[in-house]
Design a protein around this ligand. Structure first.
Ligand SMILES: [Zn+2]
Length: 169
């Protein structure tokens, strides 16, 4: 992600202008770099640029601070939950995880705020917690698009927290 077209920048701005408390709080005055995920802060926004990240990590006068995505992940501030269930998951877990990881990378290319916080099993479900509602929704849609099954969204907290249910037997 070293080339940043006009379109890419517009997308980033859109997502960052949502009312996410973590996105609003984090406003370094100049450039900064996140030592955890290597996203960079420049021109008032966080984005992924590996080359620039390396440069900034080596620069002495650039603050190293956790980006909003990493802070949310650290504080386990989940805004999205993806519940995966059914027999299909058990037999296709590897492929599905590859798809999920690809989607996370794509979302992070738009805004590093999107991260998976944790993945765990509960009863007969696998649960993926995400830092943004957008990411859980995106992952659910990607699973549905690739593998069909049943997809359901449940919103709460003034539409800031989403539970996404994907199931295929
Ligand atoms: Zn980070």
């Amino acid at each position: 992600m070293s080339r940043k077209g006009e379109k890419w920048i517009k997308h980033t701005w859109e997502f960052e202008s949502t009312e996410d408390p973590y996105a609003i709080q984090s406003a370094p005055s100049g450039e900064a770099v996140c030592p955890q995920c290597k996203s960079v802060f420049k021109d008032k926004r966080w984005f992924i640029d590996e080359e620039l990240a390396e440069e900034l990590l080596e620069a002495e006068n650039v603050p190293k601070l956790l980006c909003p995505g990493c802070r949310k992940a650290l504080e386990k501030y989940a805004m999205g939950y993806l519940f995966i269930s059914g027999d299909f998951w058990k037999t296709h877990q590897e492929d599905m995880m590859r798809l999920i990881n690809n989607e996370v990378e794509k979302a992070r290319g738009l805004n590093p705020l999107h991260q998976i916080i944790s993945i765990y099993e509960e009863e007969d479900k696998t649960i993926i917690e995400t830092t943004t509602d957008h990411l859980a929704e995106r992952l659910g849609r990607a699973l549905y698009k690739a593998y069909k099954g049943d997809l359901e969204f449940k919103w709460s907290k003034g539409e800031k927290l989403v539970r996404v249910y994907w199931k295929r037997d």
